[in-house]
Design a protein around this ligand. Structure first.
Ligand SMILES: Nc1ncnc2c1ncn2[C@@H]1O[C@H](COP(=O)(O)OP(=O)(O)OP(=O)(O)O)[C@@H](O)[C@H]1O
Ligand SMILES: [Mg+2]
Length: 432
């Protein structure tokens, strides 16, 4: 069991958590949700000792924690070499074979370079590493980001049978519906716990919002009454009586309004995004003519032909390693065809929104980076960034301190500024 008492976390001056209490009971499966930047990853970091709490305490006695972060790297090593380096005792090498079996790690090859594994395989490898230490509680940040559909189905089954406490951050509703018994939402520095699956949480949350709206309405009525009370007291003609009445009305105001002040519950939404394009009708955007693509011996496509026309929306999917990225690279001209031809329509400006925002300068702050990338005028930049929910102190935040979801939202603000005619989006919803 993990018990948090009056836990607060503040970065610089921004409060992420404010005096929250929580209990993670044994064998519970908990899903943690909340808007990008609300503090989900930070919550995991303070429990796992990666960040220190600003106040309060977290008791984890008798538990062995394992933490699978949202973003992770591996050293330049072979798969087997890496796993063996993680063994505490070389006699335990049989554990690796057990885990390969347990995690259904198909084509586990100890002589393969880790860098050549698919995202899904990398995640399994990381999970294997964590499980080697036999933890009692697993903290997993956005597991489905790394997995294809088949991988997600495997992971759901795996979790159902797993006899451990699991706390997971995820934005994948169907995945949460299939795996957890509680949903915890982090919002405005507090944690709200809902027993049940994701659908249940949605219904309960709406009820809660209705309740907050009611409370807010009642507060406004109370406030108006108290203001009237003060106004009436001021009208009393007898000076002595007036003084006392005003004094007492003000005290009531302080007690019943100021101290119980409520704010209206609002959900901030990103403003509408428009891409300014001259492309009209069913203009030809892109054509593949009998394209064959090989990497040495590995053939990715043979004689692939298709057309994309204006206004079409296409979903590109396939298992890890099927060639989705290669197709994109051929379109963007980052890879050459082995045979055939790739043709873009006349004057078509293609924008590619990558899965990872590696092109950003992590040391720069939001505002400067936006100006540098767009050469946009100062005032306009304020407006656009505000539409993407960055304003006030946010503008001074450095890119390296943004959460992945915030970073991706920021990158999209730049992307949207560029008025492309055709958009290629790589897993754009991974963080939302
Ligand atoms: N080291 C830091 N210094 C300053 N601010 C930080 C730091 N780390 C995180 N933040 C800010 O704290 C907030 C919470 O970040 P966190 O990574 O916990 O969010 P999150 O809920 O996990 O978001 P996402 O859904 O995008 O992963 C964000 O606004 C982020 O910009
Ligand atoms: Mg996060």
């Amino acid at each position: 069991m993990i018990i948090g008492k009056s836990v607060s976390l503040i970065y610089d001056t921004k409060a992420i958590l404010n005096e929250v209490d929580f209990i993670i009971s044994n064998n519970k499966k908990i899903g943690v949700v909340g808007r990008n930047g609300c503090g989900k990853t930070s919550f995991f970091k303070i429990i796992n000792g990666v960040e220190a709490v600003t106040a309060g305490n977290i008791n984890i006695e008798g538990e062995k924690l394992a933490y699978l972060p949202q973003e992770f790297d591996f050293p330049d090593m072979l798969v087997g070499e890496y796993m063996e380096s993680k063994l505490e005792n070389s006699w335990d090498i049989y554990k690796i074979d057990m885990l390969i079996e347990e995690l259904k790690f198909k084509n586990y090859d100890e002589y393969q370079k880790i860098s050549l594994l698919s995202e899904g395989q990398k995640m399994k490898l990381k999970l294997m590493e964590l499980l080697l230490a036999d933890p009692t509680t697993l903290f997993i940040d956005e597991p489905t980001n790394h997995l294809d559909i088949e991988g997600i189905m495997w992971f759901e089954e795996y979790l159902k049978r797993l006899n451990k406490t699991v706390v997971m951050i995820s934005h994948d509703r169907s995945f949460l519906n299939h795996t957890v018994d509680e949903i915890w939402e982090i919002e405005n520095t507090k944690i709200f716990a809902f027993v049940g699956d994701y659908d249940n949480y949605k219904t309960e949350k709406l009820k809660l919002i209705d309740k907050w709206d009611e409370e807010y309405k009642r507060f406004l009525i109370k406030k108006a009454q108290m203001e009237k009370l003060i106004a009436n007291a001021r009208k009393i003609t007898d000076g002595k009586k007036r003084g006392r009445a005003v004094e007492s009305a003000k005290k009531r105001y302080e007690r019943e309004v100021t101290r119980k002040a409520k704010e209206k519950y609002v959900i901030k939404k990103i403003g509408d995004i428009e891409f300014d394009t001259d492309v009209r009708g069913r203009k030809l955007m892109l054509r593949f003519d009998n394209v064959t693509k090989k990497y040495e011996k590995n053939t990715v496509f043979t004689d692939l032909s298709f057309e994309v026309r204006g206004g079409e929306r296409i979903w590109l999917f396939g298992p890890n390693g099927a060639g989705k990225s290669t197709l994109v690279k051929l379109i963007m001209g980052d890879e050459k065809v082995t045979k055939g031809e790739v043709k873009l329509g006349e004057n078509i400006n293609v924008g590619y929104f990558a899965q990872k925002q590696t092109h950003l300068d992590y040391e720069k702050n939001i505002f400067d980076q936006f100006l540098a990338e767009t050469q946009c005028d100062y005032n306009k930049a304020f407006g656009i960034l505000k539409r993407f929910l960055f304003s006030g102190d946010d503008l001074k935040k450095r890119i390296k301190n943004l959460s992945p979801g915030e970073r991706s939202r920021f990158a999209f603000a730049i992307f949207a500024f560029k008025d492309y005619d055709m958009l290629i989006l790589d897993e754009p919803t991974n963080h939302y």
